[in-house]
Ligand binder design. Structure first.
Ligand code: BTN
Length: 268
């Protein structure tokens, strides 16, 4: 990695960052997650709230090795968060972020239109009317000094995206009269994430879990969850105290720590 790459962030309209946060804007990047990882691992620049954003990504990454389509007009950002001392609680950062994303979306200007029908899909997706408008990709990284950090990648579809062979419906906020810019979303989003991180550190995961559950499917909702051993069908039974998905399957209650909700009753 060359210093030239790192300093190529150019002047774009700056989002207004929370105190102590810093944003670097790029016209185009391979992936904001990959770029922030390089900054932390190679440049050794690591501070909470260091934020990278790009107008487009040429190799946007999704969960489970998927690609994240990244045409111009949407939000592609990665935010650096100090990992908790207890590494077992690191996945909670994804839920903190999802709750902040949902809150930020509800704060965007929408020309007197009613609030969009937002919901959470486990673990960290945000849906509007059942279609995914935001995906979150948290990745652990180590700083040059050995410090533990989480690169939290966030994509928010402001405009429609053509995603072929998506395992789920994909939506965008412009369908709900939300007319905004990536810069404005970043301002609102970073403020919400900063506030929710502070709350989580002071008060723990329970308020985050409760906020997430308020927009979750109802208990008993039928769903299929993809796990490394294959799909599991069952009924939603809640979110455990550590963020695991609780699913009542024909084989009994399962606690799912890694996976993907593939279909819910309303789909397909
Ligand atoms: C998912 O699959 O749901 C997670 C998608 C995360 C996409 C965002 S876009 C900004 C950041 N950079 C990436 O390469 N991915 C994340």
């Amino acid at each position: 990695m060359t210093q030239a790459w790192y300093t190529s962030a150019h002047a774009q309209p700056e989002p207004h960052m929370p105190a102590g946060w810093r944003a670097l804007a790029f016209e185009s990047l391979d992936s904001t997650n990959a770029a922030l990882r390089r900054i932390v691992e190679i440049e050794g620049d690591a501070a909470e709230g260091l934020t990278i954003w790009a107008k487009t990504q040429t190799a946007g990454r999704g969960r489970m090795g998927r690609t994240w389509e990244s045409p111009e007009g949407n939000v592609y950002t990665s935010i650096l968060v100090q990992a908790p001392e207890d590494q077992a609680t690191a996945p909670q950062v994804g839920f903190v972020t999802a709750v902040a994303v949902a809150e930020a979306i509800l704060e965007l200007p929408r020309h007197n239109a009613p609030p969009p029908p937002l919901s959470h899909k486990w673990p960290n997706d945000v849906l509007v009317d059942g279609a995914k408008v935001s995906g979150i990709l948290p990745e652990m990284v180590s700083g040059l000094d050995g410090g533990a950090w989480i690169v939290v990648g966030i994509g928010i579809n402001l405009r429609s995206v053509n995603v072929e062979s998506a395992a789920y419906p994909v939506g965008s906020l412009d369908s709900y009269k939300i007319d905004t810019t990536p810069e404005h979303v970043l301002t609102v989003l970073c403020r919400a994430i900063s506030a929710h991180l502070m709350n989580w550190r002071e008060r723990g995961f329970e308020p985050v879990r409760e906020a997430w559950l308020k927009k979750a499917p109802p208990i008993g909702f039928e769903m299929t969850v993809g796990v490394p051993t294959g799909p599991v069908r069952g009924n939603f039974a809640g979110l455990d105290v550590d963020g695991a998905l609780l699913l009542d399957s024909p084989q009994g209650r399962k606690r799912i720590l890694a996976g993907d909700v593939l279909f819910t009753r309303g789909d397909a």
